[in-house]
Design a protein around this ligand. Structure first.
Ligand code: ATP
Ligand code: MG
Ligand code: MG
Ligand code: MG
Length: 563
């Protein structure tokens, strides 16, 4: 493509509301233009990038056997009423009426429509599993459309929907999709994590988000520094099941405990799922409200009791982090101790509050400590003896957890039978019995990814595209377009590279070199070939956009260097 013909209206100034680099640079470099709040057009270079991403997504989806379809942007409200989402989806769902007052919606996602696509057409388990997907425009009337393509109201999503005869088949496809998404984001060269997530308005049980790690992300994600554990902060916070113990003084007999030798014994006794160990609390300290939490350590009334209590805790694996570690995590430490033989009263030995007491269990002689508690100062409520099997801090190796910002680029869900049941979509199983489908659904933010590529890779001068997504691989910049030798050489190498099927831009505009170079840096193609004065001596320059390093090469060698 010759720059003199390319429609790429580059500008010096970014739109006033553009705060993020991707928004600023994509507009300034002429990839996109805004037509309304959250509404964008893709100009020629933007369209090339979009299509490249779309192609990667399509190739990876097709490789799994999923089949591409295309559903309409407008769908009848009736389908949304059947699923029950017409009322609950909220204002993001754009509702419209036709001239006859029939109600429609602009599809923000297509579970309802795709159920209608297979309903009464897939009749037997023999036709399952089936996975249909599309790459199309969605409309969500976002409360705060912003950040350019990152949060548009109209945007392009790849949304796939799979149908299964049972849960096992649905889960198997979920794993296939997890791998497929991993392939897609690896091919795009992005630094991402698959994180445990909430299911949001889409519903269903298991769900994972794919988050690109980026400073400007809107999502907080918790990641382990040593292993692959990662969770959306909402999911991470939700993991512990917090159970409030009844004020126990009223019922002391309840605390005459059986032998509690294992953590399960303790849990059974308190009817909680599990306890935090101190280490778990320390790890979670990065995202719990520190003001509300005190980690208790055991303190006996005398040496013997203290030893016993400490041993009990050790036996139950509860005291697995030191006072220093607790304090380093920014948490307050409190001390608790036995005050009687029949029970243990917990005292908080902090200057904050004199403690009320909480009898928290223990048997007469052996155990004087049952766990790590939290004291909720805001509500003046004791020890929601808290949660969690170590397993809940999943999958994690026990390494340090940190919070990082992420941009959601994909989301996969196990929907179960929710939609099929609500919409009466059934098939005949092996026994000839009608069953609702099990479903999965899987989204990729295709247009959002265009911006994500730049959030992940830019400098103060502009975009830095990688080869997988760049609109062109190379910009041939003629330093002085009035110089015939320069123009002739540039044309020659431009044709040769095109013959080799490389995508090349030739900046043949009658502009100053500095102006063209600025545009090159703003647009951010992987390489530039500068044809300047040195051509007289037989040399040209190759620039790598990422490092802005220049290499002088013999003009005969330029072609080979660029292939
Ligand atoms: P977000 O949390 O960012 O609002 P979402 O969870 O509502 O996204 P999903 O329903 O999971 O989005 O849709 C699948 C994918 O579509 C998302 O992972 C995201 O990449 C993309 N997407 C969602 N909303 C938008 C939007 N307003 N603009 C651009 N892409 C979007
Ligand atoms: Mg959303
Ligand atoms: Mg989300
Ligand atoms: Mg989502």
């Amino acid at each position: 493509m010759k720059f003199s013909k390319l429609y790429a209206p580059t500008t010096k100034d970014a739109p006033k509301d553009a705060t993020l680099p991707s928004h600023q640079f994509l507009v300034r470099a002429g990839f996109i233009s805004q037509v309304g709040s959250g509404l964008y057009n893709f100009l020629p270079m933007g369209k090339i990038v979009l299509d490249k991403i779309r192609t990667i997504v399509k190739e990876e989806m097709d490789a799994t056997g999923a089949q591409e379809i295309q559903m309409g942007v407008v769908s009848p409200a009736e389908l949304w009423k059947q699923s029950g989402r017409y009322d609950v989806f909220g204002k993001e769902l754009c509702r419209i009426k036709d001239r006859k007052e029939n109600e429609f919606v602009l599809g923000p996602t297509h579970e309802e429509v795709v159920v209608d696509v297979v309903r009464n057409r897939i009749n037997s388990y023999k036709q399952l599993p089936l996975h249909l997907y599309q790459i199309t425009t969605k409309f969500r009337d976002e409360a705060r459309p912003r950040f350019g393509l990152l949060r548009g109201r109209e945007f392009i999503m790849k949304d796939g929907y799979s149908f299964h005869e049972d849960e096992a088949s649905m889960k198997a496809e979920f794993e296939v999709m997890e791998q497929t998404y991993t392939n897609i984001f690896n091919r795009l060269g992005l630094d991402f994590r698959a994180v445990e997530a909430d299911s949001g308005a889409i519903g269903g049980s298991g769900s994972k988000e794919f988050m690109v790690l980026a400073q400007n992300g809107e999502d907080d994600i918790v990641v382990c520094e040593q292993c692959s554990y990662a969770a959306n902060i909402e999911a991470a916070k939700r993991a512990p099941k917090i159970t409030t113990l009844e004020a126990p003084e009223a019922n002391l007999s309840k605390f005459k405990t059986p032998d509690m030798k294992t953590i399960e014994d303790v849990c059974n006794f308190f009817k909680v799922d599990a306890f935090y160990s101190i280490k778990a609390v320390v790890k979670k300290a990065i995202y719990i409200d520190k003001e509300e939490v005190v980690v208790f350590f055991v303190r006996g009334n005398d040496e013997l009791q203290e030893t016993k209590a400490q041993n009990a805790c050790a036996a139950l694996d509860l005291v697995d982090a030191s006072l220093e570690e607790v304090e380093r995590a920014g948490l307050k430490a409190g001390f608790i101790g036995p005050v009687g033989l029949e029970c243990v009263k917990f005292y908080i030995d902090l200057e904050l509050k004199e403690a009320k007491s909480l009898i928290c269990g223990a048997n007469e002689t052996d155990y004087h400590m049952v766990g790590v508690g939290m004291f909720n100062f805001k509500e003046e409520r004791y020890a929601d003896l808290v949660a969690v099997k170590e397993g809940d801090i999943c999958a994690c190796c026990g390494g340090r957890l940190g919070i990082t910002k992420g941009i959601e680029v994909g989301h996969i869900f196990q929907l179960g039978q929710k939609y099929a049941k609500a919409m009466g979509a059934t098939f005949l199983d092996k026994n000839g019995k009608a069953q609702p489908f099990y479903m999965g659904c899987y989204g990729v933010g295709v247009s959002r990814l265009v911006a994500v590529m730049i959030e992940a890779s830019h400098d103060e001068k502009g975009c830095i595209w990688n080869k997988q997504t760049a609109p062109y691989l190379l910009d041939i910049i003629v330093s002085n377009s009035k110089d015939e030798a320069q123009s002739a050489y540039a044309e020659e190498i431009y044709s040769a590279l095109k013959q080799e099927r490389l995508s090349v831009l030739l900046d043949d505009r009658n502009e100053r070199f500095g102006f063209k170079m600025k545009d090159y840096e703003l647009i951010g193609l992987p390489y530039a070939l500068i044809v300047g004065k040195e051509l007289e001596e037989g040399f040209v320059e190759i620039v790598e956009r990422k490092s802005l390093e220049k290499t002088v090469v013999k003009k005969e060698e330029a072609l080979a260097r660029l292939q």
